[in-house]
Design a protein around this ligand. Structure first.
Ligand SMILES: Cc1cc2nc3c(=O)[nH]c(=O)nc-3n(C[C@H](O)[C@H](O)[C@H](O)COP(=O)(O)O)c2cc1C
Length: 377
């Protein structure tokens, strides 16, 4: 496909694949799309190792990195207060309710010799900046930011190195702010998307954003996992598609097998938009964990970003660890961000095959629609 964005980035297809898994990122880039590594879950040191691995396995193809520098969160106005100060804002009632929930499901505590994962990670400007600095020492083609426009100096540093800058939005207002901030690509992410998402469906949001920020290119995100959905996005004026959920069930995905099994059987009604991961609404698989947060009358309520993630990071680590070793209660609580396309993720395939099938179904869809015109002449 010869689109402007393909030429600028040196890719064959305008298919962007967000993933926290380096194998998926490298596989999609090698298949002609653009793999984008989500940095938020990594320490800067670990991110360095992941990017080094990608550099060695991407066969010289372009790839990107995604950071999270939220526009609004606790401590931002004070220039990022310390982790200790943030920890003190997590109430004892929250800590107790979370522990009790895991105990009720028979999830054992973490063994003493297991290091607890860092709870704050990239959910702050300083964390996101640290990721950006690591990423800029690698040959990335794109830097994307979630939850707000990237700060001015980050945009100018990226541009100085010839790196394109993208940002995700869920409303026209946010899209305009991103254009004004100077991003090169706006990613319009609809209600059905996995992860943080707004309230407007993709089919309504994408054409509005395309019109509002023209001629800035727009990628359509949310609900895209097939060539027909890609054709719809391109027909709405998108310059390409930004996908996330569809890669979770690929062969390269590092999601644990029992989670992949859950995703393969889930239908599109089995996701929920909940604040239980980060304090901001994020679509994810419906599980005993999301039900407890959303429906238990004893639940003390969600905390604002970044406290919610910090309060729950040890619990998430426990759930994942013991789901891996088959503890039933852990498996019931285990979930992931995923969008409504989960209902069409029914077989495990290599990432390359997902890209190839998307492209061939896209061609069929475009031909079918063009034939409708030919038939009516
Ligand atoms: C497991 C998962 C984790 C995500 N984490 C992030 C993230 O850290 N940063 C980000 O910009 N987007 C994140 N997203 C959202 C994706 O970038 C993308 O916008 C979304 O998945 C597109 O909708 P789809 O899930 O319907 O393909 C995540 C999505 C999923 C499924």
């Amino acid at each position: 496909m010869k689109t402007e964005i393909c030429e600028r980035l040196g890719i064959e297809f305008p298919i962007f694949a967000f993933s926290h898994c380096r194998d998926v990122v490298a596989a999609v880039s090698r298949a002609g799309g653009l793999g984008v590594l989500g940095a938020v879950a990594y320490s800067p040191e670990q991110l360095e190792l992941e990017l080094k691995w990608i550099d060695e396995h991407v066969d010289g193809k372009p790839y990107g990195v995604d950071t999270v520098i939220p526009a609004k969160y606790i401590g931002k106005d004070q220039g990022d207060i310390t982790k200790e100060q943030l920890e003190q804002m997590i109430t004892p009632a929250h800590r107790k309710w979370i522990n009790d929930l895991l105990d009720r499901h028979g999830v054992p505590p973490l063994p003493d010799d297991v290091e607890q994962i860092e709870g704050l990670l990239g959910w702050s400007a300083s964390g996101g900046r640290a990721h950006f600095e690591v990423a800029m020492n690698h040959p990335i083609a794109l830097i994307a930011n979630a939850l707000g426009p990237p700060p001015d100096d980050i945009i100018s540093q990226a541009h100085d190195k010839g790196v394109m800058v993208a940002a995700l939005c869920g409303t026209v207002k946010q899209a305009i702010k991103q254009k004004e901030a100077g991003v090169d690509i706006v990613i319009a992410s609809g209600y059905e998307a996995g992860g943080h998402t707004g309230e407007i469906g993709s089919i309504v949001l994408v054409p509005q954003v395309v019109d509002a920020v023209a001629p800035t290119p727009v990628l359509a995100a949310g609900g895209i996992g097939s060539g027909r959905q890609m054709a719809a996005a391109m027909a709405m004026g998108a310059a390409g598609v930004w996908t996330g959920s569809i890669w979770l069930t690929t062969e390269e995905s590092d999601s644990i097998p029992s989670l992949v099994d859950k995703l393969l059987v889930a239908d599109s009604t089995e996701t929920v938009r909940s604040r239980c991961i980060s304090g901001k609404p994020a679509r994810q698989l419906k599980t005993a964990y999301t039900r407890a947060w959303d429906e238990d009358p004893e639940c003390p309520g969600y905390l604002p970003m970044p406290l919610q993630f910090m309060a729950t990071s040890e619990a998430t680590q426990r759930i994942t660890r013991f789901a891996q070793s088959g503890v039933e209660g852990s498996e019931a609580l285990l979930g992931t961000p995923v969008g409504q396309v989960v209902g069409q993720m029914n077989t495990r395939k290599p990432a390359r095959q997902v890209v190839e099938e998307m492209v061939s179904e896209y061609i069929d869809a475009v031909e079918r629609v063009s034939n409708l015109l030919a038939d009516s002449e």
